[in-house]
Each structure stands twice: as C-alpha cells, then as structure tokens.
Design a protein around this ligand. Structure first.
Ligand code: ADP
Length: 590
C-alpha cells in the first residue's frame, strides 16, 4: 500500500541515516578511546617505573633485590625486573631467585638499550620468559648494583581494558540506535499521517468531490506545496462547476428553442445538435461526434456547413427537411471563431407555419377582393343600365332589386368580415349566463320563420331535460344556432325538416342541428369551417351566403372552449354538433 510504503521508506531512510552517523561516531570514538587508553596505560606505567626507580634508589646498599623487586612489583601492580650495569638480571618480581639466575643477559633488550642512551626506553614485544605480548618501560636507576629498573605489563590486560571501553561503546550504540529508531518511527508517523491526509484529499478530488472545506496542511514546505495544490484544485473545481452550470444552461436553452442548432468543429464533426435540429434533420443520438457528411445526406446542409467550416458566411437557403417534403426550413450557417477558427454553427428555422399563414392571408385578401368585386360589378352594371333610362318600368324595378340584393350581400360580407376581425383581435368577450336551450332554439326559429315558411320547411326542437340549461354567452350561442339552422334551410330542399336537439354526454351539452339535405362531400367536412370555403365553388347556384358563416360559428364555439364538428347522416343530410363543456346542466330555474 502506498501510504505504508511511504512511511516505511521515510522510517528506513531516517533510521539508516541515524545508524550510519552513530556507527561512524562510535567507530571514531572507539578508535579514539583505544588510543587514549593505550596512552594512559603507557603513561601510568612510565609513572610507575619512575616510582619504582625511586623505591630502588632508596633501598639500602645491601638490599635483597629479589624481595625488593617483589615488593615494588606488588606496589605498582606490574612485573619489575632489575638489571645490573652489565646487563644481567639482578631480580625479577615474576620469577624465582633460581630462575633469575638462569635468565639471559638483558643488556641488548631494545628498551634497556634505549634507556641507557636516552634515560627512558619503551617497547612492545612478546616476552621470552612468559610468552605473551608485553609492554616494557625501562628507566635508569643509577646505582652501582642496579642500573636499570624495567616494568612490564602484559598487553592482554591492556586489551582487556580497551575491550571494556569498546563494549560500553557498542552498548551505547545499540541504545542510541533504538532511540533513533523510536524517534524516526514517531517522525515518519507524523509525516506519514500528513501525506495520507494529502493523498486522501487528492483521491477525493480525483473522484470529482470538491465539497470538503480546505484542510490545514501545516506551514512547512510539504504544507505549502499541499496548500498550493489544494488551492489550485479548488479553483479548478470552481471553474468546472461554472462550466457545468454554463453547459447545463446552454443545453436547457438549446433544448427549449424551436430553432434547430447544429455546431460542428473545425474537423467537421458534430459537437452539438439540439432536439429541434435532430427532429428536423432526422439525426439520431449517435450522430454527435460523427462528421457532418456522414450524419446528414442533405446536399444544401452539406454545402452550407462546408462553406462555413472554410470560414465563409454562405447565404441562407430554403430547403425541405429529409422525410418531410411538405415542410420548409430556412438554414443559416456561419463560421465560429474566437481568435482562431472553432468550426461552424448551423441554425434551422421551420417557416412552414409562417408560410402557411402568409399564404392564407394572401388567399384571404384575394377572396375578399373577389367576393366584393362580384356584387360591385353587378351593381355598377345595373346602375349603368338604369342610367341609360330606356327600359320598361318592370325591368327598371328588377334592376333595382338586383342592385339592392347585391348591396345587401356586400353589407353582409362586410359585417361578417368585421365580426371575424373583431374575433381575431379578441375584442369580443363572453358574458356567460345560464341559457335555456329550448327557449333559445325557439327564438332562432321565430327569427328565421319567414325563410322557413318561404321554403315550406319545418323545424323540430328536442331538448333532453339534463341539457335544458347551458352556461354560455346567450347572444353568441344564438348566432351559432341561427347560422346552422339557416344553412340547413339553405342547403336542404324545400319541404324538408330541420331538427334542433340538445343532449348531455360526458359532462358536455351537445346542441345538434341536422337536416335532410344533400350532406357535405366527405373531403370537405373539415374544410367548410375555413373562411370563404364553399363546397359548390362555381357559385352558379348562389344561395346568397358569404362563405364566412361557419368560420364565425367555429370561432364563437371555440371562444366558449367548445368544439364543433360536421358529419353526414347515413340516411342522408348533414349534422352539425356543437359541444359545450358545462358544469351544470340542470333544470331551468325561476
Ligand atoms: P355560406 O355563407 O356559403 O353558407 P358557410 O360558411 O355557412 O358559408 O358554409 C360553408 C359551406 O358549407 C357552404 O358553402 C356549403 O357548401 C356548406 N354547407 C354548410 N352547411 C351545409 C348544410 N347544412 N348542408 C350542406 N352543405 C352545407
């Protein structure tokens, strides 16, 4: 695991450094101690030699030298050898008198030669007698019988002292190493914990979590680096959040647009295509990231995008989207650049509805002009004929009637147009009251009775009790029913019956007007509600209508929040059903 490794590495590094320092220091110390101990032992031996010399000098002339040697040897704690001026051994504290007598001449021993020459001699070598390494120190005694006093110390005791020193040093080294290990462990633990905290923060950031508040990483170098990185990451996180918010806002904006928007990069790959663009160009989810030549086969779109990607601003084009040849799109393309080229954007505008409304308006104006010109031409013609003033009185009377009829027709046309204009402008408001349906139908029949009687037509009124009352604007509802009954009377033959019925179904009150006429061709059933739409376009048999009646009826019904539909009765005749939503269809009150 990374953190364990880090702590272990740190610990081992600290421990190794401490161990190396301690071992080197211990080695230096041991060396120094060894040298010092050696020097101290030697100087002690020298001092003891001088003391021994003093003791020997102070001995009486007839001293028993062997006893003296043993006494002095015991006093100084070393082997004492007394040598006569000629070099033969007088006494030796480590030997018996018999052995002393057999000892060889010491006059040539290096320490003795040196002492004779310079007043002091020292040497290290194995002892001939004792067969161990010895340290010898010789000082002249200047007596006739004893010329040199020599002290000898076995080097084994020197080594023993040095070993003692080394043992203590080694022990100190072990204790110091243990202490160093403890300190290194504690230190590496603290640093390890801080590194772990930094690593944990880094992992959180890597997972995209910037929620945690900024931690205190300390103020040393590690803390400074961590704080700086932490600050950068927080700043980055803040910018990422901002970018994500911008992107979400942009996606929401693009998603709610009715215009299609497509963005391609410099390589021509699709970066963005909003829902509207996908619908219009029939692009699927996988189109994003693909080249536009691959994503769309539409030649005009390809040309526009290729020009825009090349940095030009092509003129807008009108085109039909794939699979919807009846619709019209206007496409604009432009290069996108921010210091350097970034690609191109394509905007698609569906103008089908605008075009349809435009066409309708043109048709409407043409229709109005046409409808007005016919009676005007008639009026002008008959006025001219009258001005000639050469006709018979009966003929003049007929001309005047034609003029009057056409003038009335024009008046009706203009008043219908004005009403439609008011309805379009929303200037007609509803005055809702509880309307008695049967009474309303009765008024309509009474209003139209001259026409109905004239055509020998009969009207039946059949209102179900639960549809007796409807909440509506009475005068407007009367206009609706009057129009439908008038049409029934106009288009059905003489002597037929027109039926007005009211029913309640699914919470709606339906007012149905049916006749026994020729009905309406199936293809025209929905179109008869359009302005100026007539089934019989020749106007050869002009029943005097304006072609606007049903358009006004539909408008009035929709103003009430209701619907109107036309259908043919299988047994013959047309049926118009007006459905009005109504909370209360109860009996008439009062
Ligand atoms: P108009 O003023 O010509 O009657 P409308 O808008 O009232 O205009 O009607 C549009 C057309 O619908 C009429 O020209 C007629 O062809 C047809 N129409 C309306 N009512 C009936 C009906 N009851 N029977 C047959 N055709 C009808």
């Amino acid at each position: 695991m990374a953190r364990a490794t880090f702590r272990a590495k740190l610990f081992l590094a600290a421990l190794a450094t401490a161990a190396l320092a301690l071992v080197v220091a211990s080695a230096l110390f041991a060396g120094l101690m060894r040298a010092r101990t050696n020097a101290r032992i030697e100087s002690t031996l020298v001092a003891e030699a001088h003391l021994a010399v003093e003791l020997v000098k102070a001995a009486p002339a007839a001293a028993r030298w062997q006893d003296e040697a043993v006494r002095v040897g015991t006093a100084v704690g070393a082997r004492v050898t007394l040598v006569a001026p000629d070099g033969h051994v007088v006494a030796d504290s480590a030997e018996t008198p018999e052995a002393v007598a057999t000892m060889e001449n010491h006059g040539t021993r290096p320490e003795i030669v040196e002492a004779r020459e310079s007043g002091f001699g020292a040497a290290r070598r194995p002892s001939d007698t004792l067969r161990v390494d010895m340290l010898y120190v010789a000082v002249p005694a200047s007596r006739p019988d004893v010329a040199i006093v020599r002290l000898a110390l076995p080097l084994t005791s020197v080594e023993q002292q040095i070993r003692d020193v080394l043992r203590v040093t080694a022990l100190a080294l072990v204790v110091a190493l243990a202490g160093a290990a403890l300190i290194a462990w504690a230190l590496s633990g603290r640093i390890g914990a801080r590194v772990r905290a930094i690593a944990a923060a880094a992992r959180r950031y890597q997972a995209g979590d910037f929620s945690a508040p900024r931690a205190d990483f300390g103020d040393d170098e590690l803390g400074t680096v961590a704080t700086a990185l932490d600050g950068s990451v927080h700043e980055l996180g803040r910018r990422l959040t901002e970018i994500a918010r911008d992107r979400a806002r942009m996606t929401a904006m693009l998603g709610s647009m009715t215009e299609g928007v497509v963005v391609v990069d410099t390589a021509g790959e699709l970066q963005v295509a909003n829902d509207a663009a996908r619908r219009m160009l029939d692009l699927d989810e996988a189109a994003i990231g693909r080249h536009y030549l691959e994503a769309t086969r539409h030649p005009a779109i390809r040309e526009l995008l290729s020009e825009a990607v090349d940095g030009r601003v092509p003129a807008s084009r009108e085109l039909a989207p794939p699979r919807h040849p009846d619709r019209t799109l206007v496409a604009y393309a432009a290069p996108v650049a921010a210091g350097r080229p970034l690609g191109a954007v394509l905007v698609l505008h569906d103008v089908t509805e605008t075009k349809r409304i435009d066409r309708m308006r043109r048709d409407f104006v043409a229709n109005v002009s046409h409808e007005l010109r016919t009676p005007l031409t008639a009026i002008r013609g008959y006025v001219e004929a009258l001005s000639a003033d050469d006709g018979l009185p009966e003929e003049r009377q007929r001309f005047l009637e034609i003029i009057a009829r056409n003038a009335t027709r024009m008046e009706r046309l203009v008043s219908d147009l004005l009403r439609l204009a008011r309805l379009d402008a929303g200037q007609e408001t509803l005055a809702i009251t509880r309307v008695d349906v049967a009474a309303l139908a009765g008024t309509v029949v009474a209003d139209l009775s001259p026409v109905l009687d004239d055509r020998d037509q009969h009207v039946t009124i059949d209102v179900a009790p639960e549809a007796a009352v409807v909440e509506a604007d009475e005068s407007k509802l009367r206009d609706v029913v009057r129009n439908l009954v008038a049409n029934a009377s106009t288009y059905a033959p003489e002597g037929t019956t027109v039926r007005i019925a009211a029913r309640r179904e699914d919470g709606c009150v339906s007012i149905v007007v049916s006749d026994e006429g020729p009905g309406i061709p199936e293809g025209d059933l929905t179109r008869i509600f359009e302005r100026f739409y007539r089934v019989d376009k020749s106007r050869a048999r002009d029943p005097g209508g304006t072609g606007l009646g049903l358009a006004i009826v539909k408008h009035l019904v929709e103003l009430h929040g209701g619907t109107i539909r036309a259908e043919n009765i299988p047994t013959g005749g047309a049926r118009f059903t007006v459905s009005l939503r109504n909370a209360d269809g109860g009996q008439v009150r009062g």
